[in-house]
Design a protein around this ligand. Structure first.
Ligand code: ASN
Length: 357
């Protein structure tokens, strides 16, 4: 991954100042011979786009600097290594800005948001991710509206967490999922209410739902080296009817695998098959961190509510409560990247760190 290149400030110096980090994604793509692909020159393109806003909105737009990554990527290519680089870039520059806006592809935007939340624990200002379903210059694009809202949210001192602004909604980053592959209303946080929303030209915030009210103390960023986790150390397994123990073992027996997110049925059920449980018990006996969440986007797992699920606890599987796959996966990456004891990791997994559960 090559280092990001910085571009110069392009707007005025009055009022709150933001940092915009441009990583790629459809928002900044242009059509080419092989379809849409990431394109640069983002400073000028943003300035042109903001110049199209009604005058009253231009006047409330904050000043910003732009940091444009190289290479720009489609977010389907992002890895834990990208998450770590982004967290480091934010951490080293945050003190100079009132807030940060990250322009990111939508496909894995919620994964990056979840990861940033764990790495930037205790962040004392807004870090807002956004993107678009249509390129900035496409007719009727959602890009400008998303950028406008994201920049406005990034100036709001009550927001002291990693959040996503998309299609008029401000969502907790570590609770969000991409819910639609085409519609502009592409993100939701099924198990947590909105942190804010656009009403007319303003953004209404709901501070009582924000982390700011619940967290105390100075930022305590954790920026471990994610490189060892970047090569498939964590797997995600979604159950299907007829799943067999040999298939589960094919994933979990591999010594390169250090942890797994298991997406079970409903409130936390798996087939009544002792061989499946034996594979799980063996893996957790070897120190692998196994976490159970539901395949349902809404609700939580309750291991032990049904006979079909209660043995999971005995097999060492941790409850992921109502966490999203993104939140559970990124938490495993984050915990396994640090020099913690097995017991510490297990304890931290079941403890809410950033409002993820
Ligand atoms: N494939 C694109 C990306 O994630 C999708 C988008 O941004 N709408 O980079």
């Amino acid at each position: 991954m090559s280092a990001p290149s910085s571009s110069k400030p392009i707007t005025s110096t009055v009022g709150p100042r933001l940092l915009i980090i441009y990583t790629g994604g459809t928002l900044g793509m242009r059509p080419g011979d092989h379809g849409l692909s990431p394109a640069g020159d983002i400073d000028a393109r943003l300035a042109r786009a903001f110049g199209q806003l009604p005058l009253a909105l231009q006047q409330v737009m904050p000043a910003y600097d732009v940091l444009s990554y190289a290479p720009l990527i489609d977010s389907s290519t992002a890895t834990p290594g990208h998450w770590a680089q982004l967290a480091n870039d934010i951490a080293t520059r945050l003190a100079d800005y009132h807030g940060v806006v990250v322009i990111h592809g939508t496909d894995t935007l919620s994964w990056t948001a979840a990861s940033l939340a764990y790495q930037l624990q205790g962040v004392d200002r807004p870090v807002i991710l956004t993107g678009a379903m249509q390129p900035l210059e496409a007719p009727g694009s959602d890009a400008l509206g998303n950028l406008y809202g994201a920049l406005r949210c990034a100036t709001e001192p009550k927001v002291k967490e990693v959040a996503i602004y998309f299609h008029g909604k401000l969502l907790r980053g570590v609770r969000a999922i991409k819910q639609h592959s085409e519609a502009a209303d592409a993100f939701a946080s099924p198990n947590y209410p909105l942190l804010g929303e656009r009403v007319g030209d303003d953004i209404v915030h709901y501070p009582s739902r924000c982390l700011a009210d619940k967290q105390r103390g100075a930022p305590r960023f954790e920026l471990p080296d994610y490189t060892p986790m970047g090569d498939g150390a964590i797997v995600r397994l979604v159950l299907w009817p007829g799943i067999s123990a040999w298939q589960l073992a094919a994933w979990l027996d591999d010594e390169r695998v250090k942890g797994a997110v298991l997406q079970l049925w409903g409130a936390g059920n798996l087939p009544d098959d002792a061989a499946l449980l034996a594979v799980l018990a063996k893996a957790s006996g070897e120190g692998k961190l196994l976490a159970a969440i539901s395949q349902c986007p809404q609700g939580s797992v309750h291991l032990g509510a049904y006979a079909a699920g209660k043995d999971l606890h005995d097999a060492g599987v941790l409850s992921g409560d109502g966490m999203t796959p993104e939140a559970a996966f990124c938490k495993l990456v984050h915990l396994l990247a640090q020099p913690l004891s097995d017991e510490d990791r297990r304890q931290r997994f079941v403890t809410p760190l950033v409002g993820e559960r």
